[in-house]
Design a binder for this molecule. Structure first.
Ligand SMILES: NC(=O)c1ccc[n+]([C@@H]2O[C@H](COP(=O)([O-])OP(=O)(O)OC[C@H]3O[C@@H](n4cnc5c(N)ncnc54)[C@H](O)[C@@H]3O)[C@@H](O)[C@H]2O)c1
Length: 342
């Protein structure tokens, strides 16, 4: 198949795209390159052509001959969404819908959308699954829900959207993020030998390794159409729902000499435990291969290999919010997050 992957220069995309190529597909990347400098460890493999353009300006001709789209490009977490509601709406919602409509017109039959478990918000239920009511607490989550609803309306005989509600990712990627809970805590454990949490760490978070997200996207792409047509799947593993304090404790036990302490209850009210049985049942062959402990060990090995320092931890590209603010403050991006120079 000929696959367009958006967000190929991000944390997930730069691991996913080479996997899709290795599986025998032709890949075209699409990314504006906000975080291309976030390289850590071995450089990303790029055995494919990339269209370097803003997703808001995708063209019909970009989609000619494409069989499927894996759509990852966008402002990628709750904090980024808080930067600007207007731009989150434009980039995460309007541009997604325009891409999907152009894709359907161009005869692209599959559209795999990177949604998020954060659509569940502060769930009153003990355990949420794909049939539970969503409860988005931020603009980021709200526009994920809006995308899911409006993409579902485009579904038809010739167009099959699939919604993957990913848990919070962790693990090594050639374009790293430290603004993800496991990666960030592990980076603190390595550089300062201390995880001093300001919160009590009681909220629940489901987590999933970035390679397992990539494998889930591939599995959705390759599954028979009737299995994934207009379907929502949570991506993760039942055993990988943790309270944040248990994530910190696990990392503390993997990084020698790391002290872990906790603070008071947090204002951040997002807390959810998620059931992941549907994807395992529907996409045989897909099962998460990673656990938190194994991921923490992988991060320990990566941070040792690159000699991770506090300067890395402070470097803007690894924290998406800081990088976007920096690009605007230095005039490299304008107020609409368009590059000021080609
Ligand atoms: N990482 C996670 O924990 C997680 C969890 C659930 C869902 N997701 C979703 O998966 C997707 C990828 O996440 P990630 O962690 O790789 O994020 P990331 O920030 O590392 O990557 C996003 C990529 O999209 C590109 N992009 C952003 N705005 C763009 C625009 N206007 N035009 C073109 N390209 C643009 C960026 O340059 C970047 O390379 C996002 O949609 C995110 O919401 C991620």
């Amino acid at each position: 198949m000929r696959i367009l992957i958006t967000g190929t220069e991000g944390y997930i995309g730069s691991l996913l795209a080479p996997l899709v190529v290795r599986a025998g597909h032709e890949v075209v990347g699409f990314d504006t390159g906000y975080f291309t400098e976030a390289e850590l460890g071995p450089p990303p493999e790029q055995p494919y052509r990339t269209i370097r353009r803003d997703i808001r300006d995708v063209r019909r001709e970009d989609l000619e001959g494409i069989d499927a789209i894996l759509h990852l490009a966008g402002l990628s977490n709750d904090a980024l969404g808080q930067l600007s509601r207007r731009l989150t709406y434009q980039i995460n919602h309007l541009a997604t819908m325009r891409l999907a409509k152009l894709a359907r017109e161009a005869g692209v039959s599959r559209f795999v959308y990177a949604s998020s478990c954060s659509v569940y918000g502060k769930s009153a239920q003990d355990l949420v699954d794909e049939t539970s009511q969503v409860d988005p607490q931020t603009d980021y989550a709200l526009f994920k829900v809006a995308d899911e609803c409006e993409l579902a309306e485009l579904a038809g005989d010739d167009f099959s959207p699939t919604f993957l509600r990913n848990a919070t990712a962790y693990g090594a990627s050639p374009r790293m993020r430290f603004d993800l809970v496991v990666n960030g805590l592990a980076a603190l454990a390595w550089t300062t030998h201390r995880i001093a949490m300001t919160s009590d760490g009681t909220p629940w978070r489901p987590i999933v390794h970035v390679l397992d997200i990539s494998r889930a996207m591939m599995a959705a792409l390759e599954a028979p159409r009737e299995v994934v047509h207009n379907q929502v799947f949570n991506v993760g593993d039942d055993a990988e729902n943790f309270q944040v304090r248990d994530i910190a404790a696990c990392i503390g036990s993997v990084f020698p000499g790391c002290e872990v302490s906790f603070g008071a209850a947090d204002a951040d009210q997002r807390s959810y435990r998620v059931a992941f049985g549907k994807i395992r049942g529907a996409l045989p062959g897909f099962q998460c291969e990673w656990t938190l402990r194994r991921g923490a060990e992988q991060l320990h090995a990566l941070y040792a290999q690159v000699g991770l320092t506090e300067a890395h931890l402070r470097a803007k590209p690894f924290t998406r919010l800081h990088q976007l603010r920096h690009l605007v403050d230095t005039g490299r991006l304008d107020a609409d997050f368009y590059w000021t120079r080609p």
